[in-house]
Design a protein around this ligand. Structure first.
Ligand code: HEM
Length: 475
């Protein structure tokens, strides 16, 4: 996971480059940007695998050279061997020799920052330990309860129309609503912070101003939590024995907001698309073989939220899958390519129920510490949505769906759906309202078997599944 630096703006790699250059650059090396990479990244990875084996030379934006790691085992080797492959981007030759300029499209994600993603060894352990321990204190059932409530609020905003775009109106909203609550944001910060954080991450023209707003909000939050600690991530980071400074806490809050947003939004969008379109999934469901968490896991294998991570730099001359890597070279972890490596997955059409060994969360010391939170937001959010709108179907043909692929992320642009129009369940719900933190979060959770009834979920758990089974003639 990399994060946009203070310089994030419209030319960030999170947005497509202005022109689509030819597929090959100097020396005939394949570009990991441009038309082929944007429209068919998986096809490009398989072509590279055939031509070069499990590690291929590629060119990043501005034709900066790098190695794309395609093999499953090779990705794990890189992720698990920090003595040869560091997370510290200051080692990158292109940065040392001035080719990674502050305005370069990769600068926002590759410029060193004082947070755990860019650190190794003791420094990493100190920062990561505080983040990990604090994430470990989240009340998982409380997260699910609040995500269900947010999901219902989002559905209330569009359910009277009978149509929605589930990317913009659902998948892109829910993770940030959940994360601001988990961080312990006061109610009044809610909607504006959600918008500013999303704007900052998207690298839009106002990203710099949005980043300043997010930083100032987080600075105030840290100051406030010194005075009024609560049962939230910010307070736990502050009281952690690692003794983080206020600035370190603030920068890690920003990291976690960013780390959770695009990944979880992509996971929700890709899972919803699969639930609505995939014949294999419907068949498995009808046969009682697959549950929603299984579907989430299948998506993490087939369409991981981050398709690559530009995030390791060689500390020494070394060899990997027959390629001679030089000290200071960049390595791109090919997470999506690794998940399709025939060495571990001979037939990609065979569903992988119950198997969590995909690399969607990477591996080694930097493996995502928030994976269970991401899974909880995705599956309880989708479950609540489907309970409210049991006759949800696609409003366009699957072939009309469009994606934006950039270096790290393949992002579904829209997911138009239709359903029987219904009245919102809360009287004033059709208006977008503030995101309310749940003051009960510190209370002991209800047992999973008897969840607190969502205030306005009209149906019992499982009704959407039963409806789908009926549609399939199996109910
Ligand atoms: C489905 C959702 C998510 C996916 C697919 C995902 C994926 C990833 C990946 C691929 C990495 C990079 C690891 C590496 O560099 O090798 C990462 C790191 C990280 N993620 Fe996640 N993530 C998700 C959700 C979250 C959430 C919800 C949180 C916070 C609650 C989070 C916090 C972090 C942090 C702090 C790091 C940096 C860890 C380190 O460098 O030690 N992520 N994530």
């Amino acid at each position: 996971m990399n994060l946009p630096s203070e310089n994030s703006r419209a030319d960030s790699p999170l947005a497509p480059p202005p022109q689509c250059p030819a597929a090959h650059g100097p020396g005939g090396i394949t570009r990991l940007y441009g038309t082929e990479a944007e429209h068919n990244p998986m096809g490009l990875y398989e072509r590279l695998r055939k031509e070069h084996g499990q590690v291929a030379p590629v060119l990043l934006h501005g034709d900066l050279p790098a190695w794309l790691v395609l093999g499953y085992r090779e990705n794990l080797e890189v992720a698990r061997t920090p003595s040869r492959f560091s997370r510290d981007s200051r080692l990158w030759r292109e940065a040392r020799e001035g080719r990674l300029t502050p305005t370069h499209p990769l600068a926002p994600i590759a410029t060193y920052q004082s947070v755990c993603v860019f650190a190794d060894g003791q420094q990493h352990e100190r920062w990561r330990g505080a983040v990990n321990d604090s994430i470990g204190r989240f009340d998982k059932r409380g997260i699910r309860r609040n995500v269900t409530r947010f999901s219902n609020e989002l559905v209330d905003r569009f359910c009277a129309t009978g149509r929605a775009d589930l990317v913009h109106q659902f998948a892109e909203q829910l993770p940030m609503m959940a994360m601001t609550l988990l961080l312990g944001m006061p109610e009044e910060y809610g909607p504006r912070l959600v918008n500013a954080a999303r704007d900052m991450i998207k690298g839009s023209a106002t990203a710099v101003e949005s980043n300043a707003y997010v930083q100032e909000t987080l600075r105030k939050l840290v100051a406030r939590k010194h005075l009024e600690p609560g049962a939230d991530f910010t307070s736990w980071l502050l009281e952690h024995p690692a003794g983080l400074t206020d600035d370190e806490v603030q920068q890690h809050l920003r990291l976690v907001l960013i780390a959770a947003y695009e990944t979880t939004a992509n996971l929700i969008a890709n899972t919803l698309k699969m639930v609505l379109t995939d014949v294999r999934f419907r068949a498995s469901l009808a046969g009682g073989h697959m549950t929603l968490p299984d579907a989430v896991e299948q998506v993490l294998w087939d369409e991981p939220p981050f398709i690559t991570i530009l995030g390791r730099w060689a500390t020494q001359d070394t060899e990997l899958a027959g390629q001679q890597i030089k000290e200071g070279d960049a390595l791109v972890l090919g997470l999506a390519a690794a998940n399709m490596d025939t060495a571990i997955r001979p037939d990609p059409d065979v569903p992988i129920h119950g198997n969590r060994s995909h690399l969607a969360f990477s591996g080694g010391q930097h493996e995502c510490p928030g994976q269970d939170v991401g899974r909880a937001i995705a599956d309880s959010g989708i479950d609540a949505l489907l309970l409210r709108l049991p006759d949800l179907t696609m409003a366009v043909d699957e072939s009309e769906l469009k994606y934006r692929s950039v270096l790290m992320s393949r992002h579904l642009l829209e997911l138009p759906v239709k359903f029987t129009a219904r009245q919102p369940s809360l009287p004033d719900a059709a208006r977008p309202g503030p995101v309310e933190p749940d003051r009960d979060d510190a209370q002991p959770a209800q047992p999973e078997a008897t969840p607190a009834p969502p205030a306005h979920a009209p149906r019992s758990r499982g009704s959407w599944w039963r409806s789908l089974r009926r549609l399939l003639g199996r109910g």
